[in-house]
Design a protein around this ligand. Structure first.
Ligand code: PEP
Ligand code: MG
Length: 325
């Protein structure tokens, strides 16, 4: 199997019937680049920049951030790189940025909610990204967007910094894509409206599943409710993909589900454009895609969203594709 996968390293990600997808990698630092290249990623679909903040004794400077972003963009040699602005809070806190104690950190002050209040921190990150943008194909996305005004406020700050840098004579790429994570059910449900504003969506299933099922995967007592294939989740995902496509926008996914062999046939059938996952999952995913027919997978997806339970969906996929085991 390993040898067969290795052959796919420089191949595109295509279904049996010739539909082209993108298989991309999730990374946390420029140090992950060798694994990304080795596994033949066609893009970076999620660069989690919070590690820059967490691996530092103080707020990373614009220069430090610029260097990291430039390294990743250059390393990818013109392939798309989606950088997510910092997602601090929840379980990730910073010693130098004291956050208030919260009863429910995952429902609290986190990610874009911090960025829109601490605009000093956010503007520094945006400036570093803008400066790095000339070294590759930069896509920027905002985490934990719940409302349209949040997205617009973040975009305004981006546009403001870009305008400033242009007056300062600092070169900036003119085709930077701006998008958002869909990881809060409220945003998924209004995806048709968000789709008019964004260049792309990236579905963050790790959080989307937890927030939709109101279940923390890390809590043994309720882990059984963390159900990626629950038809409620699948319907949300389908709605988001369709909403993006109605506006001619890209629908990506960067949660664990994107690299999951049970989910992948369904997601192909729904027409997800980009699958972003751990680098080591890319070649197996590409190999699986090659075997599947998108029209058959569309039927599979349609049947799946009409089932009632997570287990029924697993059984359906395994019956339809016995080779998955
Ligand atoms: C997600 O929520 O699916 C996601 C990709 O973001 P993170 O895992 O970093 O919260
Ligand atoms: Mg998330």
């Amino acid at each position: 199997k390993k040898a067969a996968w290795a052959k796919l390293r420089d191949e595109p990600s295509v279904s049996a019937d010739g539909k082209v997808f993108t298989t991309a990698a999730n990374i946390g630092t420029p140090k992950d680049l060798p694994g990304v290249i080795e596994n033949g990623a066609e893009a970076i679909g999620l660069y989690r920049t919070e590690f820059l903040y967490m691996d530092s004794a103080e707020l990373p400077t614009e220069e430090e951030q610029f260097k990291a972003y430039k390294e990743v963009l250059e390393g990818m040699q013109g392939k798309p790189v989606t950088v997510r602005t910092m997602d601090i809070g929840g379980d990730k806190d910073l010693p130098y940025l004291p956050l208030p104690h919260e009863e429910n950190p995952f429902l609290g002050y986190r990610a874009i909610r911090i960025s829109l209040e601490r605009t000093d921190i956010f503007r520094t990150q945006i400036r570093a990204l803008l400066r790095a943008s000339v070294y590759g194909d930069l896509w920027i996305m905002f985490p934990m967007i719940a409302t349209l005004p949040e997205f617009k406020a973040a975009r305004d700050i981006f546009n403001d910094e870009r305008a400033k840098m242009q007056t300062e004579g600092i070169p900036v790429a003119d085709d930077i894509k701006l998008g958002m994570m869909i990881e809060i059910p409220a945003a998924a449900i209004l995806a048709d409206q968000f789709a008019k504003e964004v260049d792309f969506f990236s579905i963050g299933t790790n959080d989307l599943i937890a927030y939709t099922m109101a279940a923390d995967r890390g809590n043994d007592k309720v882990a059984y409710l963390y159900q990626p294939y629950n038809p409620s989740i699948l319907r949300l995902i389908k709605f988001v993909i369709d909403a993006a496509h109605k506006e001619g926008k890209v629908a990506a996914m960067c949660g664990e589900m994107a690299g999951d062999p049970i989910a992948l046939p369904i997601l192909m059938g729904m027409g997800l454009d980009e699958f972003s996952m751990s680098a080591t999952s890319i070649l197996p995913a590409r190999a699986l895609m090659k075997q599947l027919d998108t029209k058959q997978m569309a039927d599979l997806a349609q049947a799946a969203v009409n089932l009632s339970t997570n287990d029924e969906v697993i059984d359906l996929v395994k019956q339809t594709l016995p080779e998955l085991g």
